[in-house]
Ligand binder design. Sequence first.
Ligand SMILES: C[S@@+](CC[C@H](N)C(=O)[O-])C[C@H]1O[C@@H](n2cnc3c(N)ncnc32)[C@H](O)[C@@H]1O
Length: 288
Amino acid sequence: MVKYTEEYKKERINLLISNIKKKKEFSGIDDQFVRDLIHKKLNNRELENIYNHNKPEKSKEFKNSVKLIRKILHETYGVFNLSRKRIKLLNQLKEEIKKTNKINGPTIDFHIKLLKTHKSTNERVDYYNEIYGRIFSTIKPEIILDLSAGLNPLSYPWMGLNKVKYIATELTNEDTEFLDEYFKSMAKFGLDGKTLNLNLLKTQEFPKSDICFLLKTLDSLETLKKGISESIINNIDTKLLIISFPTKTLSGKTINKKRLAWFNKLISNYSTFEIKNEIFYIIDKKLY
Ligand SMILES: C[S@@+](CC[C@H](N)C(=O)[O-])C[C@H]1O[C@@H](n2cnc3c(N)ncnc32)[C@H](O)[C@@H]1O
């Protein structure tokens, strides 16, 4: 076997990363995240093929590796982003916000349109009153932490809060920048938001909060790194931890409840409720 220098191998992997990211859907994802995924998911034979080939981009193995990593990225990240109209809608929302001193009909309409541009919030949008009615009946939080938030922070108008510190984390800059813009425009309604770029597979140090949301994220992280959920849950310093899972697969098949047996073993002192396509666990972390 030929021995390649680390520098040479890195160059070859960079070539693979840039090919994967040529697709617009993945262009905002951090290189290091893609690099880690490549080293985790490609076996030695596949990596050797990339190092050995004179013109790797022309090789079948290289193309297959691009396909495989894109498939995983699509399932854990890209599939949830339903629309590129988001920036335009956010600008329209900002214009409406400028005209009013309280959240009114037009601002709510633009919130709904924005929430519908992400698969998870689209499925949840008609249920936010019910969800938050249950969650906020026992606690009025001063600080909310929303891990891998997606567009969930845009459900603030349904939380019935006048004022809150809201810390939202996401994987890519593109997503956190979008949330930052949203937070700035909503400051006048008591939403004091800030964002953090955070890869949950790597970092499990979290700011302290009263409520922490971890919605529809643990199952895909667990398939990428077994045992990661336990470490994430143990490191969250909050009073009420809200974790949710889809009850249907991406292709629409109902997920057997036994699929969550691994998770049920990790937690205690919790209650659950379901809406269409999603099960919520409300975990009392003080008693945990
Ligand atoms: C199904 S979406 C859920 C979004 C939001 N929590 C909700 O339920 O509305 C999963 C989220 O996990 C994020 N994600 C994927 N891999 C991640 C990782 N390694 N670290 C942090 N977040 C990740 C994606 O960006 C995506 O927003």
